[in-house]
Design a protein around this ligand. Structure first.
Ligand SMILES: [Zn+2]
Length: 238
């Protein structure tokens, strides 16, 4: 991290209480898991075929653990002059590194604070679950309006490996953001892309998808996740 990180993000306010104390076990496992090389976490054969791993290796973007204050703090507005402090020459280089990391971990979306970067930016899409192979790099994203109609969907988050939670959110959103070229864009989103945009936008606000979920539901999800993680480790060592 560059030295300006503290200046561009709001003062770190670790909200440790948000993650129940009883889940220390899961968090410990998650942190170990996330420190492991990404290639151990997902099958990267397909990515290798496309030859896209180098970008990420060069930039070395790594997920930060769930209790890291950076992933629990809102992100200040983005401006291009912030890029050089973190060693990026332009928006495109940042977007490429983010897309590569997202793919490497098998995610549908990734926000900069999840990899410890202080930029108000996320990438989403470029995944079979997303309509029409859509791919977006969103700088200074904002949700203008939300539909009254809501839908429940199961969500996962790269910051919480193997945790899946059913979350109710508005079905459609009207959004604005700046793209890789700095152009202001407006989008009317529905379906999976709407869902991912809303999830990533919460990260921008310093919120995680476990916020507001009942302790009982969370405990269950963490227990399942810990089991899956163990199984994964076992399979990996075979
Ligand atoms: Zn997430």
């Amino acid at each position: 991290m560059g030295s300006t990180q503290k200046n561009v993000m709001r003062p770190p306010q670790p909200k440790r209480e948000k993650i129940p104390k009883s889940q220390d076990n899961y968090i410990d496992n998650a942190q170990t898991f996330m420190k492991a090389k990404p290639k151990n976490q997902v099958n990267t054969d397909k990515i290798k075929e496309k030859g896209t791993t180098e970008v990420d290796d060069k930039k070395g973007l790594k997920l930060v653990p769930p209790r890291d204050p950076r992933v629990n703090s809102a992100i200040a507005p983005f401006s291009d002059d912030m890029l050089k402090d973190e060693g990026f020459k332009d928006r495109k280089e940042l977007a490429d590194a983010m897309f590569t990391t997202m793919k490497k971990y098998g995610g549908l979306g990734l926000t900069c604070n999840q990899v410890g970067l202080p930029f108000n930016m996320f990438t989403l899409g470029d995944h079979p679950s997303i309509e029409k192979g859509l791919k977006m790099a969103c700088f200074n994203p904002f949700i203008i309006s939300k539909s009254e109609e809501t839908v429940m969907m199961k969500e996962g988050c790269l910051t919480f490996p193997f945790v899946f939670l059913s979350i109710v959110r508005p079905r459609k959103v009207v959004v604005k953001y700046e793209d890789e070229d700095g152009q202001l864009r407006e989008g009317h989103l529905d379906g999976m892309i709407s869902r991912v945009f809303q999830h990533e936008y919460d990260h921008i606000l310093g919120k995680n998808f476990i916020d507001g979920v009942s302790k009982m539901k969370l405990d269950m999800a963490y227990k399942k996740a810990a089991k899956q993680m163990k199984l994964y480790e076992k399979r990996k060592n075979l």
